[in-house]
Design a protein around this ligand. Structure first.
Ligand code: TYD
Ligand code: MG
Length: 456
């Protein structure tokens, strides 16, 4: 007879308690506890039974443990491989998170279709086989070994796996599958945790990699508790502005690679296209005569990306001036405006300021500060900045231009992209071998200097 128990789980971190709590003792979140009825069903019927508890391994000397890098499975998608650290590691459990409609299913179906010589099983709990086929037809492919099934019970999924014997498994999505061993509904915290654990045990036992799709809540965290992130080997986040074609795949956690890598895609009518040179793509449509635009040499992870910052400064229409920032931190914009007002003497407090990062990207790299400040100044005085100038520096509260990380990499990339001049902080330039770079390096120490050099 199955035993029924009810527990309370924290929505944020998955903390378990036998009674309701107002504040989670683990993560400090208020009012985050939800009740779930958990039935531990001892009469499990699947082939999965007996996996736990059976000692399948014995301790070995670390020198005796062997592995080979070549065993990584290439996805035939350079951007995806890069984020994974060179391909899918056998036996790994990879979670791909993202907002609804961002393209998670498309990415993984495309990957499933493009992997050669491996039998892939694509399990969907959201779409029927016909719908998956319709999607696959949009993506041009010549895959011979991709199997699809619409299924939500993990026990039956494991049965399918047993009979098909695939080399790679894709689960779309972890929130829609459920295990019979517990009695709460699919998508609940205990179900997500239990199902993830089942797939993890399976992947570790058999060496077959499992790719899980996970939904993201409004505030940007993975729906379901943080425990899921602890269980899996890699957490990749798929993000981007849905109104633009750009998509970024970022590794938030990767046991087998660097988290500094990221992959860039463009959503086209026929699936996701790799973008191997994003800067050229982003800077392609620029007109020299426009004021208010400046180019920043930013780094996304380990990759230099050159983006255009656009500003519009105009007299305030209402008593309270409006400020708007797209793709840039609003508070940081307010701070930069205050610095510009103080140091450059412009009455920006009486102006509307709109800021936009072209291409719908969101930038957190502080090296964008100087370009933001200069684009605001450019719009304010209505003098354009040459599109052959780029910038990479942070601004301090007193208007000082501060150094940024990996400035050499930014300069080399600027030179490679054909820029004539790059503005950096005086302090970044100190240990730089300037003659090495075929580009004019302008070192500045305060924002006024940049203003004078650009506009007078
Ligand atoms: P989808 O992969 O279903 O998103 P998710 O699984 O993350 O919810 O992608 C949905 C969007 O992608 C949808 O709005 C349509 C668009 N899309 C294209 O633009 N081109 C394509 O070839 C495909 C398959 C989808
Ligand atoms: Mg989907």
């Amino acid at each position: 007879m199955a035993k029924t128990k009810s527990y309370y789980y924290c929505r944020e971190c998955g903390y378990q308690s036998s009674s309701w709590l107002g504040k989670c003792p683990e993560c400090g979140q208020w009012n985050s506890f939800e009740q779930e009825v958990v039935q531990s069903n001892k009469t499990m019927s699947s082939s999965f039974r007996g996996v736990s508890g059976v000692p399948s391994s014995s301790p070995r000397l670390i020198q005796e443990v062997t592995y080979s890098e070549s065993r990584r499975i290439g996805t035939n998608c350079e951007e995806f491989d890069r984020v994974l650290g060179g391909g899918i590691v056998p036996g790994s459990l990879i979670l791909i998170g993202g907002e609804p409609g961002i393209g998670k299913s498309t990415l993984l179906l495309q990957t499933a279709l493009s992997i050669t010589g491996q039998k892939v099983l694509y399990v969907s709990g959201e779409e029927s086989e016909q719908q998956i086929k319709m999607r696959a037809d949009r993506i041009s492919h010549n895959s011979q070994l991709c199997y699809v099934v619409s299924e939500t019970s993990t026990q039956r999924i494991f049965e399918h796996i047993e009979s098909l014997n695939p080399d790679i498994i894709v689960i779309d999505s972890i929130q829609t599958v459920s295990t019979e061993s517990i009695d709460s509904s699919a998508g609940s915290i205990s179900q997500i945790r239990e199902c993830t654990t089942e797939f993890q045990r399976y992947a570790k036992r058999t060496g077959i990699p499992v790719l899980l799709i996970g939904h993201i809540t409004k505030d940007g965290s993975l729906a379901g508790p943080k425990v899921m992130e602890h269980i899996v080997d890699a957490v990749l986040q798929f993000e981007g502005d849905r109104n633009y074609g750009f998509r970024i795949l970022r590794a938030l956690k990767n046991r087998f690679g660097s988290t500094a890598e990221l992959g860039i895609f463009e959503m086209a009518g026929s699936g996701l296209k790799e973008v191997s040179n994003p800067s050229q793509f982003l800077l392609g449509q620029r007109d020299e005569t426009l004021s208010g635009a400046a180019i920043a040499a930013t780094l996304e992870g380990a990759r230099p990306i050159f983006i255009e910052v656009q500003s519009l400064v105009s007299s305030a229409v209402y008593g309270t001036p409006q400020r708007n920032a797209n793709g840039f931190d609003f508070r940081r914009l307010s701070m930069l405006l205050a610095v510009l007002e103080k140091r450059c003497g412009f009455k920006l407090g009486a102006k509307d300021v709109f800021l936009n990062i072209a291409g719908g990207l969101r930038v957190n790299d502080p090296a964008i500060d100087l370009a933001v400040a200069c684009s605001i100044l450019s719009s304010n005085v209505d003098i354009p900045i040459s599109p052959r100038i780029c910038m990479a520096a942070e601004l301090g509260l007193s208007g000082e231009v501060r150094p940024v990380s990996r400035v050499e990499q930014r300069i080399s990339e600027a030179a490679r992209l054909g820029f004539e001049r790059i503005f950096i902080s005086k302090y970044s330039g100190r240990n730089l071998e300037k003659p090495r770079y075929p580009i004019d390096i302008v070192e500045i120490s305060v924002i006024e200097e940049a203003f004078r050099k650009l506009f007078s």
